[in-house]
Design a protein around this ligand. Structure first.
Ligand code: C5P
Length: 224
């Protein structure tokens, strides 16, 4: 195995949550820490790739040797991803908010004793599906993540079909697993070509998961 299997490659990674503004001081978010995505970016850099990491707001340090583009909302993330293309490998590990408030209020919503108007939500763009569905400029290898609490593998296979990606890294985020925000992960690697190629890995540190994923995707790229 070569030591720098991704030398000469550009790898794009999304990581972290998104913040969807309600007003200047409030937002909708989720519990993603960015640990798994950041670890993937770091591992890709160690493997010799030029890496662009598009990250939502996280409290962890930037990985070494990686160009980090910081964004807040899903729409900003999509724009940053598009600006970073072309890439040889794109790994979408961000926990993108599915919805955003239909409008961001220009001023802080006041607590004036009455019930505030209900939040109207609209759907965010699906960044993975947008990039994987491109006919031109689609990265040769597009990988999504799936956080599931039930029927992890079946849902991952459906997600591959729906999103048009090549692989899904599925992880069980049931509360008892402590994956979301935690330091370890149990993943299933699911390929587009179906049930025959599901790999279930043991519970590993997120850094080790990242190294193994990067080694695997480097092999797949080399075989293309
Ligand atoms: O549909 P779901 O959110 O479970 O899909 C997860 C995968 O899709 C992840 O790879 C995530 O980064 C990506 N995604 C995205 N844009 C969205 C929602 C999810 O890129 N708006």
């Amino acid at each position: 195995i070569p030591k720098k299997p991704l030398a000469g490659r550009h790898v794009l990674v999304t990581s972290g949550p998104t913040h969807e503004p309600i007003d200047p001081v409030r937002y909708l978010a989720n519990r993603s820490s960015g640990r798994q995505g950041h670890a993937v970016a770091a591992a890709a850099a160690e493997a010799g790739a030029r890496v662009t990491l598009v990250s939502g707001p996280v409290a962890i340090p930037d990985p070494a040797g990686v160009t980090v583009v910081r964004v807040e909302s899903a729409r900003e993330m999509l724009a940053a991803v598009e600006a970073a293309l072309p890439a040889d490998l794109a790994i979408f590990a961000a926990a993108v908010g599915d919805w955003r408030p239909a409008e961001m209020r220009a001023g802080k919503i006041k607590k004036d004793g009455s019930t505030p108007a209900p939040l109207q939500l609209v759907e965010n763009p699906d960044i993975l599906a947008t990039i994987a569905g491109r006919s031109e400029g689609r990265p040769p290898l597009v990988v999504g993540f799936a956080a599931e609490t039930d029927d992890v593998i079946v849902n991952a296979q459906k997600k591959i079909a729906r999103k048009g990606c090549d692989w899904i890294v599925a992880n069980d985020v049931s509360a008892e697993g402590g994956v979301m925000g935690g330091t370890e992960n149990t993943v299933h690697l699911v390929a587009r070509d179906g049930g025959s190629s599901v790999e279930t890995w043991p519970k590993l540190g997120k850094e080790e998961v990242a190294r193994r994923l990067v080694a695997r995707f480097a092999e797949l790229l080399a075989a293309k």
